[in-house]
Ligand binder design. Structure first.
Ligand code: ADP
Ligand code: MG
Length: 639
């Protein structure tokens, strides 16, 4: 049994959040009303949903609404809803802890710098605790739908680390939250001010928000309450209204409500789809990636409604995983009200919605990316910076839209002098050289490493652009994307580099000649490196570097092998091919050392071959198996 009166401590993160919020969100304090109205609205959504299976929960009170009342003597604001309410345990858990995934990681990101942290907190969403921005005491009285009046609960806190819970008697279902205003916050007692804030942030809320009706009383020259209530919002679900009746501000406010985001969205699309499947979609692209985008538990962001009844949050079946950053609402006219997550997985209607919504999102992105308007293209650049890596997952996940997605990709390239990813495959193809029929790329851990890769030397010499790929997902993505616009995508680190028509006859003859001249040296070098290299060749692809490693046709690159290893996955054990630059002095010496007689020196030859191999490995960001041996050999050479 529960004790009737208990004093409890907030979770450490809550204490931290309360402290930060009170100090950093001070300039934007009116948001508390939006947060509390949002929670009241969620609570009535939940009740409506649970009542589908259990109508008794409505307790003969189906007029779901929010009431907001002030008391100027007591200096309080009370926000009341007749939604689902909370049991004692729920009140303790929901109002004393933060259960959201990634909370711990989020708090690790806080820097103590107020401005930075305020922006982060905006992203995290402050929710219920924002009440403490304006209140120095908050009282919550609540009774869960379906439980007797004697089992209600009062939760109270001064926001300073502890809260109390008491058993109370409460006939009304749902929750009443009373804010005892801090000194100096009397502005919020004005009904005008509150109505103004409600219109600004909460007009889209689909249930009525009511306030006491007031009329002007000439005798006292003041407003007087009539004892009736009046609605202060439009109270129709935003997505059900005609587009022409919705202002940008309303779209933005609705986004902030459903996405728990304080920033404006980058773009949105609102459509009523008719025909075989009927549904309304209102989809938003956020301006900034949420802190938990890469969290395994991060769920997609679409809310599912059926005929305006809220069914579930995070209905991940409504969009493919690579679009998990999209927020919004789908309201279906076809699905049954009692649809479950399992049912969603199999439903053909859901499949149609997912395809339709995917197309809409891609169109939205294309419209930004291809716009005549520089401001729109800038928006796309910022989208790419935030979500590009997630979108890349789509190349593997959504093969039906692969070429559409490929057009949306942006890369760093040797064409420009910054690490920014701004080059599209179409840009690249537009700049291809006479005779070039392939798209060349290099993969590496960092932009600097990619840019300095020895493999680029021949391309630089010939003035051929190479894409510089440094995101972890790139290698994986490229295993799905083999061509664009009929042109094959080719790694510059792949063995048997075929420059096709780009190599002139002279070069081909030169290569042949070098191979003949170096035959003996190469055979001996291969013996030296029997454990490490699959083959040793001469190459004309290098101009400045002495050596480089390439992977054989059809085998995975050294870079991918390292990525897989880091990720704890088994990588197939493949040996690279060592390529030597015959015009480099370090390599030239090999021929002397390999020779017979006085010049020949088998040990010096072997040392030099090892050094050339290890250097090539280092240059591509690999790790030496035996660094000490490398240092000794280098020292011998230096001495
Ligand atoms: P969020 O709304 O993002 O879940 P909040 O901090 O706003 O986070 O609210 C925390 C939780 O407290 C809610 O998820 C809900 O379970 C509970 N809650 C808050 N207000 C109400 C209310 N008016 N009625 C019922 N439950 C509520
Ligand atoms: Mg909330």
């Amino acid at each position: 049994m529960n004790a009737t009166h208990e004093t409890m401590s907030f979770q450490a993160e809550v204490k931290q959040l309360l402290h930060l919020m009170i100090h950093s969100l001070y300039s934007n304090k009116e948001i508390f009303l939006r947060e509390l109205i949002s929670n009241a609205s969620d609570a009535t959504d939940k009740l409506r949903f649970e009542a589908i299976a259990n109508p008794a929960l409505l307790e003969n009170d189906a007029d779901l609404a929010i009431r907001i009342e002030t008391d100027s003597k007591a200096r309080t604001i009370t926000i009341t809803d007749n939604g689902i309410g909370m049991s004692r345990d729920e009140a303790i858990r929901n109002l004393g802890t933060i259960a959201r995934s990634g909370t711990k990681e989020f708090f690790e990101q806080l820097s103590g710098d107020q401005q930075k942290d305020a922006a982060l907190i905006g992203q995290f969403g402050v929710g219920f605790y924002s009440a403490f921005i304006v209140a120095d005491r908050v009282t919550v009285e609540t009774r869960r739908a379906g439980v007797p009046a004697s089992e209600a609960v009062r939760w109270e806190s001064g926001g300073d680390g502890e809260f109390t819970v008491d058993a109370i008697e409460r006939a009304e279902r749902g929750t009443a939250i009373t804010l005892h205003l801090r000194e100096g916050e009397d502005d919020f007692l004005s009904a005008w001010k509150l109505k103004d804030i409600i219109r600004k942030y909460s007009d889209h809320i689909s249930l009525p928000i009511r306030m006491p009706k007031e009329v002007w009383d000439a005798d006292t020259s003041a407003y007087k309450r009539t004892g009736e209530w009046e609605s202060v919002n439009q109270a129709s679900a935003l997505w059900t209204r005609a587009k022409s009746d919705i202002t940008d501000e309303q779209y933005v406010a609705f986004y902030q409500h459903i996405a728990h985001d304080h920033e404006k969205p980058l773009a949105w699309t609102h459509n009523r789809v008719e025909g075989r499947n009927e549904y309304t979609q209102l989809l938003y692209i956020p301006a900034r990636a949420p802190f938990d985008l890469w969290d395994r538990n991060h769920r997609g962001g679409l809310k599912l409604y059926v005929k305006r009844v809220f069914i579930m949050d995070d209905a991940e079946q409504l969009l493919p995983n690579y679009l998990r950053f999209v927020k919004g609402v789908i309201d279906s006219s076809d699905l049954p009200l009692n649809v479950s997550r399992e049912l969603l997985q199999e439903s053909r209607d859901v499949k149609a919605i997912r395809e339709g919504s995917t197309k809409r999102v891609l169109s939205m992105l294309e419209a930004m990316a291809d716009s005549e308007d520089q401001a729109e293209r800038d928006k796309y650049a910022s989208f790419w910076q935030q979500f590009g890596q997630v979108l890349k997952e789509g190349l593997g996940e959504d093969t039906a839209n692969q070429q559409r997605l490929a057009k949306l990709l942006r890369f760093a390239s040797t064409h420009q002098d910054s690490a920014e990813q701004t080059v599209s495959l179409a840009d690249y193809v537009g700049r291809m050289k006479e005779g070039q029929d392939k798209i060349y790329y290099v993969t590496a851990d960092t932009w600097n490493a990619a840019k300095a890769s020895p493999h680029l030397e021949v391309f630089r010499k010939k003035g051929i652009e190479v894409l510089l790929l440094t995101d972890r997902v790139d290698e994986w993505m490229l295993s799905f994307l083999n061509e664009f616009d009929g042109k094959e995508l080719v790694s510059v680190a792949r063995g048997g580099l075929d420059l096709g028509a780009l190599a002139d006859e002279e070069e081909k003859a030169e290569q042949q000649k070098a191979e003949d001249e170096w035959k003996d040296v190469l055979t001996r070098a291969k013996e030296v490196l029997a454990d490490k290299a699959k083959d040793v060749r001469v190459t004309l692809r290098l101009t400045d570097s002495a050596s480089c490693l390439v992977s054989d046709e059809g085998e995975i690159s050294g870079y991918l092998q390292r990525l897989l290893k880091q990720a704890g996955q088994k990588a197939p054990q493949t040996k690279p091919i060592l390529e030597l630059n015959p015009s480099h002095a370090l390599v030239g010496k090999l021929r002397q050392l390999a020779g017979a007689g006085a010049e020949g020196d088998a040990d010096a030859f072997a040392d030099r071959v090892h050094v050339l191999f290890d250097q090539a490995l280092l240059a591509e960001g690999g790790m030496l198996e035996d660094p000490a041996a490398y240092v000794q050999r280098i020292n011998k050479l230096l001495a």
